[in-house]
Design a protein around this ligand. Structure first.
Ligand code: 13P
Ligand code: ZN
Length: 274
């Protein structure tokens, strides 16, 4: 089986291209990881050439022995579809969940994304929280969400409520809300711990002045989630650019009515009176 023709690699590359096309991946900005299904690993295993084990930089015992498709550090999303084997890799985790090795890809050298600790700690939390359903973690530099982190208070309550108000579908697409991490140095264990803590509760975490992390079951749902959040942020940026005050909006009671009809539960902590 030509590994580049498998559905999972094609889907991974398409998501990278879509994110690039929407302007969320300047230079090497952003990263994507996917926790592979057993049958997907079996399908491509013949292509594997394991390299040496390396430390992940954190411990994810809940992911021991799993395989992930990952973008390479310093690699550009705009190049992924053109040459997947140079820009992405498949990695295997060891039985302790503390080390990884590249088994395919990054043929001209390189290492997995510098945000690997955040990705893997998020995967570990989400795998446990969703009974193994969530497989995709996506980090992108969404312009409008980033812009909002300069003018809105950096709280889960304000970001969730303001994004929900900007488009009626938002509370249906992310009924759990979004979490916010204040500015931190990227790439290390500390920001990974803070993000994975939020991922216990949310499927979206905003990194102040940096971008977002999203989690989902598959490429469509995870990309769609990032797209919905960023679209909502774009509307809010336009509204704020026109006027600091809204003349009318979706009210807390409107949200409660929506929740009943769409059969979602919207936590009351986000439906505060302003
Ligand atoms: P990488 O190129 O290492 O994936 O880093 C890009 C990025 O967005 C860091 O937050
Ligand atoms: Zn980033």
């Amino acid at each position: 089986m030509n590994i580049l023709e498998t559905k999972v690699i094609e889907g991974f590359c398409r998501m990278c291209q879509d994110g690039y096309d929407l302007g969320w991946h300047e230079r090497n900005g952003g990263n994507l990881t996917y926790r592979m299904k057993n049958e997907e690993v079996e399908e491509v295993k013949a292509n594997f050439e394991p390299k040496e084990w390396k430390s992940i930089g954190t411990s994810v015992p809940g992911l021991a022995g799993e395989y992930f498709i990952v973008t390479g550090s310093g690699k550009y999303f705009r190049n992924v579809s053109l040459a997947p084997e140079k820009n992405i890799a498949i990695i295997e985790l060891d039985e302790t969940g503390e080390n990884y090795r590249i088994v395919w890809g990054l043929v001209e050298g390189g290492r997995p994304t510098s945000e690997l600790p955040s990705h893997l700690m998020n995967h570990e939390v989400k795998k446990a929280a969703t009974n193994g359903m969530h497989r995709v973690i996506y980090h992108c530099h969404t312009t409008n969400v980033i812009a909002l982190t300069f003018v809105l208070p950096l709280t889960d309550e304000v970001f969730t409520r303001e994004l929900w108000e900007m488009a009626t579908e938002c509370p249906v697409v992310f009924p759990g809300g979004v979490g916010v991490v204040g500015w931190m140095v990227p790439g290390g264990r500390e920001i990974a711990v803070a993000t994975s803590e939020l991922m216990k509760k949310y499927d979206v975490a905003v990194w102040a002045h940096h971008g977002i992390f999203c989690s989902g079951e598959d490429f469509d749902l995870t990309f769609g989630l990032a797209h919905t959040v960023e679209k909502s942020a774009e509307i809010l940026v336009k509204v704020l650019a026109m006027s600091p005050n809204k003349l009318q909006t979706i009210t807390p009671n409107n949200f409660r009515d929506l929740a009943k009809d769409f059969n979602v539960s919207l936590p009351e902590e986000f439906l505060y009176e302003k």
